[in-house]
Design a binder for this molecule. Structure first.
Ligand SMILES: [Fe+2]
Length: 448
């Protein structure tokens, strides 16, 4: 129990994102040699970092608007060496600086850095799609805003794609002002070497995209910018029945004029699982697809796993539901980013009252079209599963899944390690954390 936690019982007057384990924790904690049940695999040497929104005041008008907080656990020598959590000390956190000025101008150095944390070319970056990245240290201390030596002039998606073949980082920024969408590529040593405006009909919320070995795939989906909502200080995007939906295919290494658009059924996708070039010259892309999003407030139908097949020569996209269960936070073995892959993992998200989540993870075998479920038991709610390979040469099934699990019975959290090859078996290790880890977004593994 954390007496300084801002947790409060779910009540009609308290929005879901400030209730239960969505509520922020206000204390920054460092603890060493954490108690655990089971064994930390000897091959797991590194740090698991995860980001999420955590308003420093205990209050925020929307789940996505909280200050970024990183929760990290260091593993080495069969031990859980430390846990620590730290706010990302952005200008919004330190100075209450505003992203949008009185004249409507946008300050990219201001943002909450609350969505993801990645490592590339020796830097660790906390990301939120509205703004420039915030560099942090491997001990979770904030270094400051990072703009690729002044070259990055848009925000940076929280979902860049690291190409395992080239070491390049592909990403994009989007804006409510033109250019609405801009593609970027940093080389393996972190220099921003390409920025291209991508022509789209309007300003939409673009959370993720995908790469293959030969292509970049953009999603232009009908969750559109709404000035009235923005003026009211609300989440400034809403569903549109008019905007339509399309996928944009750009060949890697070519100019943005080469983007080719393919109409699809209207939907929304926060997260792609992976994509790859198929043997027929097309592109396959697997996504967590919502039939619609934010038509009326935050509620709506959940996402489920779908596959798009882009027939480039035929100019069309076919869509296939791979599962009908509600999922989010899909992850896979990212050494296969942009290439043929077999396994995907996701949180099963049947929503109860007040956005209560489910207690299981799903493992998809996309080659054999079967799945398995790991249920953590009553009241034990997992978060995004992160796959960590057992070694650089390990196969796609040789590795572990790391996830924070909230235990409602004790209002606390564990870091749980599953064996990817024995997904339904007992956890390899359950590490007890000194405080609750609120439901957040995305994480990464930093090997030693
Ligand atoms: Fe995300």
């Amino acid at each position: 129990m954390n007496e300084r936690s801002a947790s409060s019982p779910a009540a009609d007057s308290v929005p879901f994102h400030l209730s239960g384990n969505y509520a922020p924790v206000l204390e920054e904690v460092t603890a060493h040699d954490l108690p655990l049940v089971g064994t930390v695999p000897a091959g797991l040497r590194g740090r698991y970092l995860r980001n999420g929104p955590n308003p420093k005041t205990g209050q925020s008008p929307h789940w996505f608007f909280g200050d970024g907080m990183l929760h990290g656990v260091a593993l080495r020598g069969g031990r859980a060496v430390w846990y620590r959590n730290r706010f990302v000390r952005t200008r919004a956190f330190l100075e209450d600086a505003q992203m949008i000025g009185p004249d409507g101008s946008r300050d990219l150095t201001v943002g909450r850095a609350n969505t993801h944390v990645i490592a590339h070319a020796g830097r660790i970056l906390a990301l939120v799609e509205t703004s420039l990245p915030t560099e942090v240290t491997k001990d979770l201390e904030t270094v400051g805003c990072f703009d690729f030596d002044g070259r990055l002039t848009t925000g940076m998606t929280a979902h860049p794609k690291l190409c395992p073949r080239t070491g390049e980082l592909h990403f994009f920024g989007y804006s409510f002002m033109p250019p609405f969408l801009t593609y970027h590529r940093a080389d393996a040593v972190g220099r921003l070497v390409q920025s291209e405006a991508i022509e789209v009909p309007g300003s939409t919320m673009v959370h993720d995209f995908a790469i293959t070995e030969r292509h970049v795939v953009f999603m232009d989906l009908p969750v559109v910018f709404d000035l009235e909502l923005a003026m009211a200080g609300a989440m400034p995007y809403r569903w549109s029945d008019e905007y339509g939906a399309r996928l944009g295919l750009m060949q890697r290494g070519e100019a943005s004029t080469a983007v080719r658009w393919f109409e699809i059924e209207p939907c929304y996708v926060f997260h792609a699982l992976n994509a790859y070039d198929d043997e027929r010259g097309g592109v396959v892309m697997d996504v967590a697809r919502y039939p619609e999003l934010w038509r009326s407030g935050f509620s709506g139908p959940p996402a489920s796993l779908h596959r798009w097949r882009i027939d480039i020569a035929g100019g069309r996209v076919s869509e296939q539901a791979l599962d009908d269960r509600a999922i989010e936070f899909p992850r896979f073995d990212e050494r296969r980013a942009g290439g043929l892959y077999r396994y995907g993992y996701a949180v099963h998200t049947p929503r109860g009252a007040n956005h209560a989540l489910g207690t299981s993870l799903i493992k998809y075998d996309l080659r054999d079209d079967v799945s398995a479920t790991h249920d953590f038991g009553p009241g034990r709610v997992p978060a995004e599963p992160l796959f960590v390979p057992a070694s650089p040469s390990a196969t796609e099934v040789e590795g572990w899944l790391l996830t924070y699990v909230y235990d409602a019975a004790r209002d606390g959290s564990d870091l749980v390690i599953l064996d990817a090859a024995d997904f339904t078996g007992k956890p390899v290790c359950t590490i007890s954390l000194p405080q609750r880890v609120p439901f957040g977004f995305h994480g990464t593994w930093l090997p030693e």
